[in-house]
Structures are given as structure tokens and as C-alpha cells.
Design a protein around this ligand. Structure first.
Ligand code: 5AD
Ligand code: FES
Length: 345
């Protein structure tokens, strides 16, 4: 199996059958080699730097009904909130003082966040913090909406494709959502000049190795600047309540593979990875990740942004994620920097 890792390291690609054997390989020596090459590759392009993204969870209202997500509209037990303009600006102020140079405004698909509201907010943040990047993660919107927000000053957009295989996509989403539209949104975002992030959950219900290979092929076609992957984690109020969580080791293998296939990509060690294992994010950083996304949301709403069970960084103790993550990043042997952390061309 180590020859396959060598080949991936040297050429940045593998055949489908080689990918399949590597994705399914539980061998420790292979995992260690993959980790070593993934780390070498990230260090070649980004050194020991880890970029911070301050995550502001702006709304837990969502008009969508994705079967895996705790915020799905049919979850009547979900507690809903939306942050006001002032609250969001105050998160940015706190974040800036803590050294954040990217703000990520993420939320469910909430129609209260109109283009007018968003554009005026984005312009104000752009003006107040000219040295910061503004990232949006607000789901599927029209070309016109993406364009207006880009013109107002947004730089990046995160929209996971979730599943590149139509059959799997439709098992994870209600019938009114389509993979075609999702892909179209991603195409529009790239065309408009956003640094674009796509990605998927690892170990989602019904997901096969072939599905994962299709995800990787889709990412090769799209060439996003960011790739977000994390383990699927069940939520007690969804139809997938009884499904098994994605595995730490499969997620780490995929992070390593992604780093070697996309040497310069911005790759976060996600909160979900830190949720399934207390050392998950540190292990991610050692396996090619170069981004962490501490929670900047007001502590009083954190528990309500309840995508999956046992999400970390939601308790009182987490009021200062920045410090916690800094210690974690240092313990893994890397260094947090106070920079925008743009994609390097
Ligand atoms: N487990 C893991 N990740 C999830 N997401 C939503 N629900 C879950 C879950 N149960 C991810 C989706 C979405 C991102 C914001 O969170 O991939 O794109
Ligand atoms: Fe959020 Fe540790 S990173 S509490």
C-alpha cells in the first residue's frame, strides 16, 4: 500500500481503484506515511502557519430540511435565534481584538437575511476592517444575490456540495433540493470570483467508498480554494438519530489524501472532527490541515446552533475559544498567525 501513497505524493492523483484501496486501508504504517507526506506538503506551501477563521453563527432558522441536520425546518425541538446587525458587528469587534483577520458569517437558509440586509452589513464590515477577509456561508442563493454580496465586499463563500453522487444526495436531502442546483451555485460563486469552499461529510448514512471517490473527482473538477470535510455526527432529533458517526481514522485518511491531491488548498480541522475525538483537530493539523475555525458567536446562542449532538465549543468554558485553540495548535507543533490567510495561487 505504501507505493500507492508514494504515487499520490509524487503525482497528486490516483486511479479509482488505487483510491479505493487507500481509502479503505486500515493499516497503520500506510496512515503514518500518508500523514508524513501530507504534513510535508502543507509545510512546503504554508510552513507551520495555521489560519484562524472567526465563526459567527448568525441564524439557526433554516428553510431547508436536510435529513442529517439538527437545524432542519421539521425539527420542532430546535431552538431558533437570529443575531442582530449590532450583535454580528460586536462579534467582529471582539474577533478583531483577538487577532482574527477572517470573519465567517454562517447560518441556516434564513430569508430574513435579505440581500439588502447582508450587503449593508458586509459594506460596514469591509469599511471598518479593511485588512480582514469576509466569508459567507448562507447556503443556496441566486446568482444576483451572490453578485450583490460580492460587490458589497465579500471575499469567500463556503457551500459544501455534501454529496457529488445524485443518488446519495437525494437520500440525504428532501426532494425539493437538487444536486444540480447546488453544483450550479458553486459554479456561480467561482465565476463571480469568490474564493470558494466545497466539501462533504465523512461517513454520512448510505455513503460508500465509491461515493467518496465521486466527491474527490468532483472537487478535482471544481478546484475550490477551500475544502471542508468532517465526520457525520448523528443528531437525536433527526431521522438519522440511530446512524453511526463517521470515523476519526477515515476522516484523517481523507484529509491526507485531499492535501496531496490539492497541495495548496485551505483545509480546516473542523469542529466536527474535534467533537468525535478530543484530539481530533490536533490530529487533523498533523495530517495536512492548515485552518481552524474558533467559535466567535455570543455564548448565549452557541448551544442553539445545534447541527449535531455533543458539539464542542458551546459551553461557558468556551467563551474564549481563541486561547483554547491556540494552545491546541501549539501543542500540535504549529503556529496561529493573525493574517487573512488567502489561497496562494
Ligand atoms: N454531522 C456532521 N456535519 C453536519 N453538518 C450538518 N449536519 C451535520 C451532522 N449531523 C455539516 C454540513 C453543513 C455544515 C454547515 O455542517 O456538511 O454543510
Ligand atoms: Fe472552542 Fe476549545 S476551541 S473551546
Amino acid at each position: 500500500m505504501t507505493e500507492i501513497v508514494e504515487k499520490l505524493y509524487k503525482t497528486g492523483d490516483l486511479s479509482d481503484s488505487e483510491l479505493k484501496s487507500l481509502i479503505e486501508c486500515g493499516d497503520e504504517k500506510t496512515a503514518e506515511l500518508l500523514r508524513k507526506y501530507a504534513d510535508e506538503t502543507r509545510q512546503k506551501h504554508y510552513g507551520k502557519k495555521v489560519f484562524l477563521r472567526g465563526l459567527i453563527e448568525v441564524s439557526s432558522y433554516c428553510k431547508n430540511d436536510c435529513l442529517y441536520c439538527g437545524l432542519r425546518r421539521s425539527n420542532k425541538n430546535a431552538e431558533r435565534y437570529r443575531l442582530s446587525r449590532e450583535e454580528i458587528l460586536s462579534c467582529c469587534e471582539t474577533g478583531y481584538e483577538l487577532g482574527f483577520r477572517t470573519f465567517v458569517m454562517q447560518g441556516g437558509e434564513d430569508s430574513s437575511f435579505t440581500d439588502d440586509f447582508m450587503c449593508s452589513l458586509i459594506s460596514e464590515i469591509r469599511q471598518k476592517y479593511p485588512d480582514c477577509a469576509i466569508t459567507l456561508s448562507l447556503g443556496e442563493r441566486s446568482y444576483e444575490s451572490y453578485k450583490r454580496m460580492k460587490d458589497a465586499g465579500a471575499d469567500r463563500y463556503l457551500l459544501r456540495h455534501e454529496a457529488a453522487c445524485g443518488e446519495l444526495y437525494s437520500k440525504l436531502h428532501p426532494s425539493e433540493m437538487s444536486l444540480e442546483n447546488r453544483k450550479n451555485c458553486l459554479k456561480n460563486l467561482k465565476e463571480l470570483g469568490y474564493q470558494t469552499g466545497a466539501g462533504f461529510m465523512v461517513g454520512a448514512p448510505y455513503q460508500t467508498t465509491e461515493n467518496i471517490i465521486e466527491d474527490l473527482r468532483f472537487l478535482q473538477e471544481l478546484q475550490p480554494q477551500m475544502i471542508g470535510i468532517g465526520p457525520f455526527i448523528s443528531h437525536h432529533d433527526t431521522e438519522f438519530a440511530e446512524c453511526e458517526n463517521g470515523s476519526l481514522y477515515l476522516t484523517l485518511r481523507l484529509l491526507g489524501i485531499i492535501r496531496l491531491m490539492f497541495p495548496k488548498v485551505l483545509l480546516p480541522a473542523t469542529t466536527a472532527l474535534g467533537t468525535i475525538n478530543p484530539q481530533g483537530r490536533e490530529l487533523g493539523l498533523k495530517t495536512g490541515c492548515n485552518v481552524v475555525m474558533p467559535n466567535l458567536s455570543p455564548v448565549k446562542v452557541r448551544k442553539k446552533y445545534d447541527l449535531y449532538d455533543n458539539k464542542i465549543c458551546t459551553g461557558e468554558e468556551s467563551a474564549e475559544c481563541r486561547g483554547c485553540l491556540e494552545r491546541r495548535v501549539n501543542s500540535a507543533g504549529y503556529e496561529i498567525v493573525s493574517e487573512r490567510g488567502d489561497f496562494i495561487k
